[in-house]
Write a protein that binds this ligand. Structure first.
Ligand code: SAH
Length: 219
């Protein structure tokens, strides 16, 4: 990519932050910095590059999508990351959210069920020099037990309920964010584990692709 393109996209990114995030209560400075630092256009196919900073999700192939920038920022902010966390992400997709999380935490473990998407995500993550994210192809509703417990868990596909395996792999204290609802629409849910207690807070209404797996929807 040409230097002039990089500069142009950095400007578009600044505008995205002003118009889509600052205006909607994204206040976590570290989240805003991560969103300014990661070139989102790298993560979409070339034909969609000019739309990468729009206020909407985009297709990434295999019937899946990259979330709208605001939703990425909101879900990240809900985790209140400080920098030392071990994070589990379910639904790597194109890897954009993974790269944001990796900027804000120590290590990210990310699970994706579609092999083709993960192969591309790995290339995308290398291109933005994200080296503290480990990925694997698997059913993420079962978590990634070998590396747990996780200080934070983010699920970027919508399920019918909170997968028990994820609740189990959440550290104490720990925070999980997951869209829960039916196949069409869900509620962004924040689960906090603290002193052995689990609390749930329902947030915004959202529309995610289905979380498909043993503790999610059937295909
Ligand atoms: N954060 C991603 C969002 C991708 S859409 C991005 O920014 O690109 C959600 C992703 O979750 C899809 O790629 C889908 O294949 C994946 N997914 C759905 N069910 C899954 C499961 N059980 N385990 C792992 N990944 C899953």
């Amino acid at each position: 990519m040409k230097l002039s393109d990089l500069k142009r996209y950095a400007k578009v990114r600044e505008r995205m932050i002003r118009e889509q995030l600052l205006s909607r209560n994204i206040t976590d400075q570290r989240v805003l910095e991560a969103m300014a630092g990661i070139p989102r256009h790298i993560f979409v196919e070339e034909a969609l590059e000019s739309q990468a900073y729009g206020d909407f999700p985009l297709p990434i192939g295999e019937g899946q999508t990259i979330s709208q920038p605001y939703i990425v920022a909101l879900m990240t902010q809900m985790l209140s990351l400080q920098g030392s966390e071990k994070v589990l992400e379910v639904g790597t997709g194109c890897g954009y959210q993974t790269a944001i999380l990796a900027r804000l935490a120590e290590t990210v473990y990310s699970v994706e069920r579609i092999k083709k998407l993960l192969a591309r995500a790995r290339i995308n993550l290398d291109r933005v020099q994200c080296f503290n994210a480990l990925c694997k192809v698997d059913d993420g509703t079962l978590g990634w037990p070998e590396n747990g417990p996780y200080d934070a868990i983010m699920v970027t596909a919508g399920g019918p309920e909170i997968p028990a395996a994820l609740l189990e792999q959440l550290a104490d204290p720990g925070i999980m964010v997951i869209p829960v609802g039916d196949r069409i629409s869900q509620q962004l849910t924040r689960i906090v584990k603290m002193n052995g207690q689990i609390t749930h807070e329902a947030g915004e209404s959202v529309r995610f692709v289905n979380l498909i797996g043993r503790q999610g929807w059937q295909e």
